[in-house]
Ligand binder design. Structure first.
Ligand code: DC
Length: 467
């Protein structure tokens, strides 16, 4: 039974006069991290999570379905207001299910409906209308009245919907960071939009949500502001949980376990000063010569075990990934490379983990598993060899052994341009722009289910632009 259904049974109506309101209000602009943080915080508290943006999206989708609104067209608030004349929103059948999922005439709506492009386009202007806000607010209040404690995220939760919520936070982040997060989400959904387009759309939406007359996006006077630009999801959740007074997460979550103090680093020959020196040089070269751009690097947790899985086209891939992540990354390489004079020593000092040709556990996967057990970041290229046709090939299943042993999150990475800059057989490095796209972290359990590795490969393909 999920935490959701436990809290709902029995489905007791809150007596507004007597029971103190148990709501965490999370407001902030698009891409500030509200959804992920709200979901994780709700899980930690065993409370419901209510995404109020979904109420506005469900109503928008329903109005499109019924032909009240036309897709493919931008519309002003005045035009939308005219379109709604004579429409009784109560009669449309839009509701919230027991777990907060919006329904229309009993049909539960998912991402396919709520995040459709036509909905994306119209939801912000539509949410400016008083009738729409009144309708959505009533839905949201009824949900909490009936369902009990909830983490509620949106734009006006602390100011208008639940002004008496005991815990209020306003999450924000730099526009570039928010745009990068949304861009990675779009790529993960299979939409190959440009970073610039996503950034412009977010800036426009910010302006509209903050500038509207009714319930503009703003922090409640008694909300705590949290800038999430440089924080991982775990760190934000940690901070909020500490403010609310919730105990630290259960022990034994390998995903965030810190390395034991003084643990011997038997798994690699890392020499920290050499790592940082060589990285500083590589980073400079990569920035200047390859004009490297990275998108979504915040998906890599700042601490704890994480397995990075990337496509492979070039010897440039390890330095490209290594210099794009703000923490030490261990790469896997063939043991024969360790014996190459000078180069072998250099990559050993950089923390490379060596694998025998047969890829056996004894021959290197063991070292990778040890590194992960010590809370390190490890990067693998599961295609096994460099691709020379620009495509992302089959993944070797050996990587699943690592995931199974480490039970750590997996971050898919797509590298673009490295093959053109320095592919197989190239004699020199061409000044081609390289991009590193990071996707949202996937829990080990998801990767280990049937077809999980292939799903990771598909993510890598999309991120690498191989679609
Ligand atoms: O968070 P989101 O992108 O799913 O929200 C979609 C739109 O809904 C957003 O443009 C603003 C609006 N919204 C709102 O006006 N008030 C809320 N509490 C939540 C969302």
């Amino acid at each position: 039974m999920s935490a959701d259904s436990q809290t709902l049974a029995p489905l007791a109506r809150r007596d507004a006069a007597r029971t103190p309101l148990q709501v965490v209000a999370l407001d902030g602009p698009a891409g500030a991290g509200k959804s992920t943080v709200a979901r994780e915080l709700a899980r930690r508290l065993g409370w419901h999570r209510l995404d109020t943006g979904a109420s506005y999206r469900a109503l928008t989708w329903c109005l499109l379905e019924r032909g009240v609104l036309r897709s493919g067209a931008d519309a002003t608030a005045a035009e939308l207001s005219a379109a709604l004349l004579g429409v009784d929103l109560q009669q449309l059948g839009v509701a919230l299910d027991h777990d907060g999922t919006p329904t229309v005439a009993g049909r539960r709506l998912g991402d396919a409906e709520l995040r459709a492009q036509a909905v994306d386009r119209l939801v912000s202007p539509l949410s400016q209308l008083a009738v729409v806000r009144e309708f959505a607010r009533a839905l949201q209040r009824r949900f909490v009245d009936a369902g009990g404690p909830a983490v509620v995220d949106g734009r006006d939760i602390g100011t208008v919907v639940f002004p008496d919520a005991p815990h209020k936070f306003f999450l924000d982040a730099d526009l570039d960071v928010r745009a990068a997060r949304r861009h990675a989400e779009e790529l993960a959904r299979g939409r190959d939009v440009s970073f610039e387009a996503v950034r412009a759309a977010i800036a426009e939406r910010d302006a509209r949500d903050a500038g509207r007359e009714l319930s503009p996006l703003r922090a409640a006077d008694d909300a705590e502001r949290v800038d999430t630009s440089a924080l991982t999801v775990d760190e934000v959740v940690e901070l909020l949980a500490a403010r609310i007074g919730v105990a630290a997460p259960a022990a034994g979550r390998a995903a965030t376990a810190a390395p034991p103090a003084g643990a011997p680093e038997r798994y690699s020959g890392l020499v920290p000063w050499f790592y940082w020196l060589s990285h500083a040089v590589a980073r400079l070269f990569i920035r200047v010569w390859l004009r490297r751009r990275r998108v979504g690097a915040e998906h890599v947790p700042a601490r704890g075990a994480v397995l990075l899985i990337a496509n492979h086209q070039s010897f440039l891939d390890p330095p490209l990934v290594g210099t794009a992540v703000g923490r030490t990354v261990h790469f896997l390489a063939r043991r024969t490379l360790a014996r190459v004079p000078v180069f072998g020593a250099m990559i050993r000092w950089q923390g490379t983990l060596f694998v025998d040709k047969d890829g056996s556990a004894r021959g290197g996967l063991g070292a990778a598993a040890q590194a992960l057990a010590a809370g390190r970041a490890v990067c693998v290229f599961p295609e096994g060899t460099r691709s020379d046709d620009g495509h992302v090939h089959e993944f070797q299943r050996g990587v699943l052994l690592l995931v199974r042993r480490a039970r750590c999150p997996v971050v898919p990475i797509g590298i673009r341009g490295a093959g053109r800059a320095f592919g197989r057989g190239a004699k020199w490095i061409r000044p081609v722009r390289c991009e590193i796209h990071f996707g949202p972290a996937l829990p080990a359990a998801d990767v280990l289910t049937e077809g999980g590795l292939e799903r990771v490969r598909q993510q890598v393909r999309i991120l690498a632009g191989d679609v």
